[in-house]
Design a protein around this ligand. Structure first.
Ligand code: ATP
Length: 444
């Protein structure tokens, strides 16, 4: 979250906690300098076997994570986004070593931790912590919050200076809870407060890397900003590194320095936050970005278009050949169906796995014939503007002649349409939306 003016503006307004100096077991540790690689993942895979019959023979596998390559730099926040079932949580559990990888390599501070046993993992458990999505099921209802937040000390055999109780009370204060509530039970707290308890537990041993799996998605919208700001403040004060998994792109935009977009067990795009939001290169990223609601009423009044991907995400048991997104992509060609695109750095700080990327040189310019399914792959919905919403009966696909109605940036986007595989630049701040042939348009 470093160097993110948008985030710091919100943080300073809502700052509710001050973090006292670390003491006892939670003293600041030496780690890699800011910006150096803290975690490196190479070819990471997790295939869950599917077994059948009396002999429980393996008949297939769910390829939840199927070859990830990325690194996390010290002090940064890497956001991970993607539709449900694309393998985000599995990736989080792999890098925190809550799951055993099927293949690949995980290095933490240069040390290979891929297959460390329980004993070898013990020191790592202090350095890598996880915050879970559901603050209701992740806290034991029979334990007081004092016991819950103090558990990491007991498990690691660490006695902080001043004792566990004092340290737990300090941690509760750090996350904005009343230290006097040490003896209360989880059910006595609200969702947001429970998530703060989960955060206090994760911070107890002063970790270097915190993996947060949908940390705010179970919370009321009004509470989400408080928890996001708390994570922000804690990162600044304690020098934490985050991997934040979320499906809410507004949250990810707010918290992340870099963002990895996952689709069916693979990273399809990995880029700096601003590059990704201004000029997404993978069609899947573009479709995701077009669905982000615009909070500014002035900008909302302007017309914008959303790409609705048709059909479901294919099964991770037998993912599509070639590019996994080709069955839902409006740019898909024969190359996409047969050849898997590698994740390449096509612009500084922006890696993308696509044969026909947006806003960049076409990687397979000779292949210009769209697959027949490509023209039906999406629906483009125009939203905003001053037009009143139409009922379903009134919604009619517009004829080709509707194009002159478009504003200039939209028109230029249409020039770089799928069929041409062009590399036109998008409008300055909003992702452009393609005009595939045979598309249906519905106005709201
Ligand atoms: N223990 C398991 N055994 C078998 N399949 C699993 C297991 N855990 C996850 N999966 C499957 O792996 C795929 C990826 O799941 P995962 O939970 O990682 O996705 P996700 O992107 O985090 O989705 P969500 O946002 O819904 O949590 C899914 O198809 C899921 O059904």
């Amino acid at each position: 979250m470093s160097g993110n003016p948008e985030k710091s503006a919100v943080t300073s307004e809502d700052k509710a906690v001050t973090i006292p100096a670390q003491s006892g077991g939670a003293t600041l540790k030496q780690g890699p300098a800011q910006g150096e690689t803290l975690l490196k993942v190479t070819g990471l895979q997790k295939h869950f076997p599917i077994r059948k019959g009396l002999l429980q023979r393996q008949v297939g596998a769910v390829k939840a994570v199927d070859g990830l390559d990325f690194e996390v730099r010290s002090g940064e926040t890497l956001g991970v986004v993607g539709e449900s079932g694309c393998g985000k949580s599995t990736m989080g559990r792999l890098i925190t070593r809550l799951l055993e990888p099927t293949a690949g390599k995980i290095e933490f501070e240069g040390k290979d931790i891929t297959h460390l046993g329980v004993g070898g993992m013990r020191p790592l458990r202090r350095d890598v912590q996880m915050i879970f999505q559901d603050p209701y099921s992740s806290l034991n209802p029979r334990h007081t919050i004092g016991t819950i937040v103090g558990a990491p000390f007991r498990l690691q055999g660490v006695t902080p200076e001043g004792g566990i109780k004092k340290e737990v009370q300090r941690l509760l204060e750090v996350v904005g809870l009343n230290p006097e509530h040490y003896n209360r039970y989880p059910h006595e707290f609200s969702g947001g407060q429970r998530q703060r308890i989960g955060i206090a537990r994760a911070l107890a041993l002063n970790p270097k890397l915190v993996v947060a799996d949908e940390p705010v998605s179970a919370l009321d919208v009004s509470i989400q900003a408080q928890v996001v700001n708390l994570l922000d403040d804690l990162q600044e004060e304690l020098g934490l590194t985050y991997v934040i998994i979320a499906h809410d792109l507004s949250v990810v935009r707010h918290v992340s320095d870099r963002i990895a977009v996952m689709y069916l067990g693979k990273i399809v795009e990995l880029a700096d936050r601003d590059s990704l939001y201004k000029a997404p290169m993978h069609p899947y990223t573009k479709a995701l970005m077009s669905a982000v609601p615009i909070p500014d009423p002035r900008r909302r009044a302007a017309k914008s278009e959303r790409i609705l991907l048709k059909g479901d995400v294919p099964s991770p048991i037998s993912p599509p050949s070639g590019c996994r997104f080709h069955t839902r992509c409006w740019k898909a060609t024969e190359t996409c169906r047969t050849q898997e695109p590698p994740l390449l750095e096509l612009k500084p700080g922006q890696q993308v796995a696509c044969h026909h990327p947006e806003n960049a040189e076409d990687q397979a310019p000779q292949d210009t014939v769209l697959l027949s399914a490509a023209t039906e792959a999406i629906e483009v919905v125009t939203v905003g503007g001053d037009e009143p919403a139409k009922t379903a009966a009134e919604q009619t696909p517009e004829p080709e002649t509707s194009e002159p109605e478009m504003s200039e940036p939209e028109a230029s986007a249409s020039e770089g349409s799928a069929s041409e595989g062009s590399a036109s630049e998008p409008p300055a701040s909003e992702p452009s939306v393609p005009e595939p042939s045979g598309e249906k348009r519905v106005k709201e």
